[in-house]
Design a binder for this molecule. Structure first.
Ligand SMILES: Nc1nc2c(c(=O)[nH]1)N[C@H]1C(S)=C(S)[C@@H](COP(=O)(O)OP(=O)(O)OC[C@H]3O[C@@H](n4cnc5c(=O)[nH]c(N)nc54)[C@H](O)[C@@H]3O)O[C@H]1N2
Ligand SMILES: Nc1nc2c(c(=O)[nH]1)N[C@H]1C(S)=C(S)[C@@H](COP(=O)(O)OP(=O)(O)OC[C@H]3O[C@@H](n4cnc5c(=O)[nH]c(N)nc54)[C@H](O)[C@@H]3O)O[C@H]1N2
Ligand SMILES: [Mo]
Length: 763
C-alpha cells in the first residue's frame, strides 16, 4: 500500500483555511452550493431533469441517504437536499473512463492519486481485466470476464473460499438475486456495509424489541413531544430529516441533541424550500445540547434513567408507564436494581456533562410521554455499540414509548437501500426461516453454516482462507478498518472483482488478478428483454417503493446489477442450477414474484409497489407486538464502559465532512464546520490543546493504541475547535489506518471507528 497516500507529506498539502463555524444549516448557501456542484459535474439539461425527478413519485430514489420521503406533501421543486444533489452529480458525472484511460495510466500511478482525484475521473464504462503481474488494466469482453470468474469460482476447493461483499445502494431485485446465487453456489459469506454501520442497532433491537429495524414512521415526528438525536449529524448526512424535526418543533415538540460536536444542522436550520424562513433566519432546532464526550452515552442515558426513577419514586405512576411495563416487558425489576443506587453526578462527570443540562433533559423526559430517539454512527461504532442501543431501548421502554404514535426507536440508516438489502437476505448470519424458505421455493439446500462478516472476511483473506473477493458496489479497502492490514488481505487474494459505477481505491489495491465490472446506477434507464425496468428499495422506516432510471446510460456496455448476477450465476453454476436466471432477469417482475414467495411482508409485491407511495413492511414493534423469544420487550443490563484513556490520550471519532459520501470525496469544504482546503485535520478542544502545550494549526502525527498494538498516521494539522474535551475529531477514511482490526463492538462486530484511543505527537 502506498505510504504516500496515508502519510501525504505536509509540503504536498494545501494550507487548511478556516472560516466561521456555522450554527445554521441549509438555507441559501446550500442551494447555491448544490447548483454550483451540479453544473460543474453534469450536463445542464440533465441537472434540471434530475432535480425535478429526485425522490418524486415515479422518479428515482436519491442514491444519497435512506431518509424516507413524505407520504403526501412532496415539494414540487424536488424532494432534494444539497448532499443528495452532490450524490447525483457524482453518479451522473459527464466524464467517462474508457479502456484508453486504463492503457494510459498504470495501476501504480493511479494508486498514488488522492481519493478526490480518483473519484473525479468519471463513470466506468467497459469491463476491465488485470492479469497477474500486469501493470495496466486491459479491456476484456463481458463473456470472457464472466467465464474467467465463473471458472475460478468453480475450481475453488470450497465455496467458502469466496467472499461476496455488498454495499447498500444495491436494489432489492439485485440483492435478492445475488444472495440466491451465492447460496446456491454454496456459501453464506455475504458481508455487507451494514456490518460497519447499523449492525449494532440490528443486534441491540432484535433481542430487546424483536425487530432489527426502527419502529417510527415519518408521521410520528409530527406528534412527538421529545425527540433526542444522539450520535448523528443530520444537517450533513440526512438533511431532509431536518424538515421532520422542524415540524415537530412547530407542533410544540422539544429537541435534545447529544453530540461531542455542536453540529450546524442541530443548532439551527433554514428550510431551503421555504423562502420566508430563509429571510427570517431559521429556527433554533435544539432546545438542549448535551456536549457529551466520545462514548459518554451509556453514562448519560443511565444518569437520565436514575433521575426519572427518583421522580417516579416521589410520584409513583406519573413518570414510568407501569401498565406497559407490566403487560409488555420483562426485566424491569433487574433494571431498577441496576439504576436505583447510581450517582447521577458521577455519571455526568464521566460523560463530561453539566448537572443542570442533564437535569433539564430528565425533566423533559419526566413530563412527556411521547419520545422518539434517533441515532446513527456515534452510537453504533463503539465497542459497546450494542449496549448503547440497548440503553436507548431501556429508556424508551420505561416511558412506554415504543409502539404508540409519536414515539419509538429511530436508527437512521445510511446507504439508500442498506435496510432493503438485509431484508432481501444479504446477511452472513441468515435466520433459519430464510434458508428454509429458499430451500422450499427453489429446491436446493442452502449452506447452513454462517459466513464471514466484514472483519472476519478481512482476516480470512489475510490468512489465505479467502481467495476470491467479489464486491457488489462499495469501496471495501477504504471503508474498512486498519487500511494497511486490509490492503495486505486484498493483495493476498487470487482474484478481486468489483461491480462499480466509479473508479475507487479498491480497484487499485487488488488481488493477484483483478476484474472491474461497470454497471448502471440508480438514475440510468435499465432495458431488459421485456422492456424498461424499475427497481425497488426500502427506506429507513420500512417503506418499499419503486425507483425508475431517467437517463440514457452513458455507455451501451454497462450492465445492470441483476443482469451481472444472472450472467455470473450461469457462468458458475451452468446446467446444475435450479434457477432460470434468464427468465428472472428478462423482467424484474419475475424477481419480485420470487421475493414475494420467499420473504414475508411482500404479498402482491408487483401490484403494491406500483402505487406511487409504495407500501410499509410489517413491523411488530410499531404495534407493541414484540417478536422476541419471550414475546415481551426486554430490559437489559449494561455496564458503563470503562475509561480507557491514559494521560494525554484522547478518544478519536472519525466523522464525515459535509463534502463527501463515505469514501467518495466530493470536495474540500466542510462548510458548516468552517474547515476548507484539506481533510488531514484533528479537531481538538482549546483547553486540551493548551494542556498539551500544543498550538492551533500545529502539525502532528496521530498514534492509536489498542492492547499492545500501535498504529501511526502522519502529517495532520491541529484545529482548535469547540469539540467536547478528551475527544478529538478526524475524517474517515483518512484515519482508518488507525482503526485496529480487532477493536470491534461486542456481538455486532462493528469496527469501533468512533472510539479509537490516540495520542498526538509534535512533528
Ligand atoms: N452527505 C452524506 N450523506 C450520508 C453519508 C455521507 O457520507 N455523506 N453517509 C451515509 C451513511 S452510509 C451513513 S451510515 C450515515 C451516517 O450518518 P452519521 O452517523 O450522522 O455520520 P457521521 O459523520 O459518522 O457522524 C456521526 C455523528 O456522531 C457524533 N459522534 C461521534 N462519536 C460520538 C459518541 O461517542 N457519542 C455521541 N453522542 N455522538 C458521537 C459525531 O460528532 C457526528 O455528529 O449517513 C448517510 N448519509
Ligand atoms: N473510520 C470510519 N470508517 C467507516 C465509517 C466511519 O464512520 N468511520 N462508516 C462506515 C459506514 S457507516 C459505511 S456504510 C461504510 C461504507 O462502505 P462502502 O459502501 O463500501 O463505501 P462507499 O464509499 O459508499 O462506496 C462507494 C463506491 O460504490 C460504488 N457505487 C456507487 N453507486 C453504485 C451503484 O449503484 N452500484 C454499484 N455496483 N456500485 C456503486 C462506486 O464505485 C463508489 O466508488 O464505511 C464504513 N467505514
Ligand atoms: Mo453507513
Amino acid at each position: 500500500m502506498s505510504n504516500k497516500i496515508h502519510n501525504r507529506p505536509l509540503e504536498e498539502q494545501e494550507e487548511i483555511t478556516l472560516a466561521q463555524t456555522k450554527d445554521v444549516a441549509v438555507g441559501v448557501p446550500a442551494i447555491t452550493s448544490s447548483i454550483q456542484h451540479m453544473l460543474k459535474y453534469m450536463k445542464p439539461g440533465e441537472a434540471l431533469k434530475a432535480s425535478l425527478k429526485i425522490n418524486q413519485k415515479k422518479g428515482f430514489d436519491c442514491p444519497g441517504c435512506a431518509w424516507p420521503d413524505p407520504d403526501d406533501d412532496r415539494s414540487k421543486i424536488g424532494e432534494y437536499c444539497e448532499n443528495g444533489i452532490k450524490a447525483i452529480a457524482e453518479e451522473r458525472s459527464a466524464k467517462k473512463i474508457t479502456a484508453d484511460f486504463f492503457a494510459k495510466h498504470s495501476v501504480q500511478e493511479m494508486s498514488a492519486w488522492d481519493d478526490f482525484t480518483i473519484g473525479k475521473k468519471g463513470r466506468l464504462t467497459e469491463p476491465m481485466y488485470l492479469p497477474q503481474g500486469a501493470t495496466h488494466y486491459e479491456k476484456i469482453s463481458w463473456a470472457d470476464a464472466f467465464k474467467k470468474l465463473g471458472d475460478k469460482l468453480k475450481n475453488l476447493a470450497s465455496p467458502d473460499e469466496a467472499i461476496f461483499y455488498t454495499s447498500g445502494r444495491t436494489s432489492n431485485e439485485a440483492a435478492f438475486l445475488y444472495q440466491l446465487f451465492v447460496r446456491e453456489y454454496g456459501t453464506n459469506n455475504l458481508p455487507d456495509c451494514s456490518n460497519m454501520c447499523h449492525e449494532s442497532s440490528g443486534v441491540g433491537l432484535s433481542g430487546t424489541v424483536g425487530i432489527g429495524k426502527g419502529s417510527v414512521t415519518l408521521q410520528d415526528f409530527n406528534e412527538a413531544e421529545v425527540v433526542m438525536v444522539i450520535g448523528q449529524n443530520p444537517g450533513t448526512n440526512h438533511p431532509r430529516m431536518l424538515n421532520a424535526l422542524e415540524k415537530c418543533k412547530q407542533n410544540g415538540g422539544k429537541i435534545v441533541a447529544v453530540n461531542p460536536l455542536p453540529e450546524a444542522g442541530l443548532m439551527k436550520y433554514v428550510n431551503p424550500q421555504s423562502p420566508l424562513k430563509i429571510l427570517k433566519g431559521g429556527v433554533a432546532l435544539s432546545d438542549i445540547f448535551l456536549q457529551v464526550r466520545a462514548n459518554g452515552d451509556v453514562a448519560l442515558l443511565k444518569a437520565l434513567m436514575k433521575l426519572m426513577y427518583d421522580a417516579e419514586q416521589k410520584n409513583p405512576g406519573t413518570v414510568f408507564d407501569l401498565d406497559f411495563i407490566k403487560n409488555k416487558t420483562a426485566g424491569y425489576e433487574a433494571l431498577i436494581e441496576n439504576i436505583k443506587d447510581l450517582d447521577y453526578k458521577e455519571l455526568a462527570d464521566d460523560a463530561g456533562l453539566f448537572y443542570e443540562d442533564i437535569e433539564a433533559t430528565a425533566q423533559l423526559l419526566i413530563e412527556n410521554k411521547k419520545i422518539i430517539i434517533c441515532w446513527a454512527m456515534g452510537i453504533t461504532q463503539h465497542e459497546n455499540g450494542v449496549a448503547n442501543v440497548q440503553e436507548i431501548v431501556n429508556l424508551l421502554l420505561l416511558k412506554g414509548s415504543i409502539g404508540k404514535p409519536g414515539a419509538g426507536t429511530c436508527p437512521v440508516r445510511g446507504h439508500s437501500n442498506v435496510q432493503g438489502d438485509r431484508t432481501m437476505g444479504i446477511w452472513e448470519a441468515p435466520p433459519q426461516w430464510l434458508l428454509d424458505n429458499i430451500q422450499k421455493q427453489f429446491g436446493f439446500t442452502p449452506p447452513q453454516e454462517h459466513g464471514y462478516h466484514v472483519v472476519d472476511a478481512i482476516k480470512a483473506m489475510h490468512a489465505g482462507k479467502g481467495k476470491v473477493f467479489f464486491a457488489m458496489g462499495g469501496n471495501f479497502l477504504s471503508a474498512t478498518p486498519d487500511t494497511d492490514y486490509t490492503a495486505e488481505a486484498l493483495q493476498k487474494c487470487e482474484l478481486t472483482v468489483h461491480v462499480s459505477t466509479k473508479l475507487n481505491r479498491s480497484h487499485l489495491i487488488h488481488g493477484q488478478k483483478a476484474l472491474i465490472f461497470p454497471c448502471l446506477g440508480r438514475m440510468d434507464n435499465d432495458q431488459q428483454e421485456s422492456g424498461e425496468q424499475f427497481v425497488t428499495v426500502e427506506n429507513s422506516m420500512g417503506v418499499v417503493h419503486s425507483s425508475q432510471g431517467i437517463f440514457k446510460p452513458c455507455a451501451e456496455t454497462l450492465l445492470s446489477e441483476p443482469k451481472i448476477v444472472a450472467e455470473l450465476a450461469k457462468a458458475t453454476l451452468g446446467a446444475n442450477s435450479k434457477i432460470d436466471w434468464d427468465h428472472m432477469v428478462a423482467n424484474y417482475d419475475n424477481i419480485r414474484n420470487a421475493i414475494e414467495a420467499t420473504i414475508p411482508g411482500f404479498d402482491n409485491y408487483n401490484e403494491r409497489v406500483r402505487k406511487p407511495e409504495g407500501f410499509y413492511l410489517p413491523n411488530g414493534a410499531r404495534k407493541a407486538e414484540f417478536n422476541t423469544a419471550n414475546k415481551k420487550a426486554n430490559f437489559t443490563l449494561n455496564e458503563v464502559p470503562e475509561n480507557r484513556l491514559q494521560d494525554k490520550q484522547f478518544y478519536m471519532i472519525t466523522n464525515r465532512s459535509h463534502d463527501q459520501y463515505n469514501t467518495t470525496v466530493y470536495g474540500m469544504a466542510d462548510r458548516y464546520r468552517g474547515i476548507k482546503n484539506g481533510r488531514r485535520v484533528v479537531l481538538i478542544n482549546p483547553k486540551d490543546l493548551e494542556e498539551l502545550g500544543f498550538k492551533h494549526k500545529q502539525n502532528v502525527h496521530i498514534r492509536s493504541h489498542f492492547n499492545d498494538e500501535e498504529r501511526l498516521a502522519k502529517n495532520f494539522t491541529l484545529i482548535s475547535y469547540p469539540i467536547a474535551r478528551r475527544t478529538v475529531g478526524t475524517y474517515f477514511p483518512e484515519t482508518n489506518v488507525l482503526v485496529p482490526i480487532d477493536q470491534t463492538a461486542k456481538r455486532s462486530h462493528t469496527p469501533a471507528s468512533k472510539g479509537i484511543v490516540v495520542s498526538l505527537e509534535a512533528i
